[in-house]
Ligand binder design. Structure first.
Ligand code: SF4
Length: 408
């Protein structure tokens, strides 16, 4: 019988991709995966430290799993701020984590990873050169490094060969892709290079882009591209100029809105979403209100709202005037309400229309512009297939139903 390993992943798409690489390493070495940590000989917790709560949860799981299976060899990896005294546990931070799979096998090349995902993650970059005052990520991931475009094309080709019709470009700070390449390049160079080679055989979704890394030339390219999906996640973090300054973000609310307006004008059917941090240190009622009314006047279609969570070693952690948990909770609640309204408005706009999408489960389609559609009947097609779906009006709770359509 094969030896068993168990893996649990927290946080971003990059962590998920890292876990896939580690998983493949174990498989290549003859291990089988179990979903029962009590049965495993090797246990991996791939942790996340983006918020204090995320790190707390990963640690809590490690302690619980240790109690349930004290004899297993455990690896606590990924982004975390401090080690703990837990017997038989190895702590590996950041990119050191691949040491684990090397214990079991050599890391297989990226192309072998793709077959398992309905929408495979395509790793284009890691690290970040900035130090936003709340962010711990650069401490773990180091400076921005780009994957060469030929290597990215290999990943895309592998996804195509595995029958995938959409891939997601992922990394920490995608807008910086190419800055470290010689000669220097940029994201448009990469997207054009991929589009030229794949000849409409796969769509690409860009997981996240900063507003100050979306020049007019990129918008012009996106307008004409048949490859890039019309969905852009553009972190805002706050709609108050003073808060953005304290966060050390490099744009003003006005600059952010200008970019979004240009994007919506060029691609009116595109879905645009943002991350928002509620309750950043010193955020006054007036600043929060500025943020809320900024969002109301901004063409945003959904928000991912997080309460501020202090990360040790970051500047924001020691800022005075930390906001109470009760106030953060209230502000998160209010912004989430706003997000639900925007999501509903966006989905309503496309009701009774047919959109291209990817079958995620037999009964679920994700449209090109990021609407999750519940099919009235299961599809017999393979998950990952490209389909056309006719959308109905969202229900009062925001669920969008639909039927597959032969029309396009
Ligand atoms: S841009 Fe700012 S928030 Fe994003 S990874 Fe870099 S430091 Fe963190």
């Amino acid at each position: 019988m094969n030896k068993l390993f168990y893996i649990e992943t927290y946080g971003c798409k990059l962590n998920q991709l890292d876990s896939e690489r580690i998983r493949d390493g174990f498989h290549a070495a003859g291990y089988a995966e179990t979903d029962t940590p009590e049965l495993a000989e090797i246990i991996v917790i791939n942790s996340c430290a983006v918020t204090g709560n995320a790190e707390k949860e990963s640690r809590y799981r490690l302690r619980r799993i240790h109690r349930a299976n004290p004899d297993a060899r455990k690896y606590f990896i990924g982004c975390f701020t401090e080690k703990q005294e837990i017997p038989d546990t190895v702590f590996l931070r950041g990119s050191d984590k691949f040491g684990i799979s090397e214990l079991a096998a050599n890391i297989p090349p990226f192309p072998e990873i793709q077959e398992k995902h309905v929408r495979p993650l395509i790793h284009i970059q890691t690290g970040c050169d900035l130090h936003c005052s709340y962010c711990i990520v650069p401490y773990f991931r180091g400076p921005s490094r780009s994957i060469p475009k030929e290597r990215i094309l290999e990943q895309v080709n592998a996804a195509v060969a595995a029958g995938r019709r959409e891939g997601v470009f992922t990394g920490i700070h995608l807008g910086t892709w190419g800055k470290d390449q010689r000669p220097k390049q940029n994201l448009i160079d990469l997207l054009q290079f991929i589009e030229k080679h794949i000849k409409n055989s796969i769509k690409i979704r860009i997981s996240s882009l900063d507003s100050n890394e979306i020049p007019d030339s990129l918008i012009d390219y996106l307008k004409s591209s048949e490859m890039v999906q019309p969905h852009f996640h553009i972190p805002l973090q706050s709609g108050s100029g003073a808060v953005l300054k304290r966060m050390k973000r490099r744009y003003t609310p006005g600059q952010y809105r200008t970019v979004l307006e240009k994007l919506k004008h060029a691609l009116p059917h595109a879905c645009i979403g943002a991350d928002i941090i509620a309750g950043f240190p010193g955020e006054t009622e007036k600043e929060f209100e500025e943020c809320r009314s900024f969002i109301l006047n901004c063409p945003l279609d959904y928000l991912h709202v997080f309460p501020f969570s202090p990360r040790s070693r970051t500047a924001a952690a020691s800022m005075p005037e930390q906001i109470t948990e009760a106030v953060k909770k209230e502000r998160v609640k209010e912004l989430k309400k706003l997000s639900d309204i925007r999501k509903m408005r966006f989905a309503r706009h496309f009701s009774d229309t047919i959109r291209q999408g990817i079958l995620i489960y037999p009964d679920r389609v994700l449209t090109d512009n990021y609407i999750s559609v519940h099919l009235n009947e299961n599809s017999h097609k393979m998950p990952g297939s490209e389909v056309n779906v006719k959308l109905s009006l969202p229900t009062p709770s925001g669920t969008v139903h639909g039927i597959l359509s032969e029309e396009s």
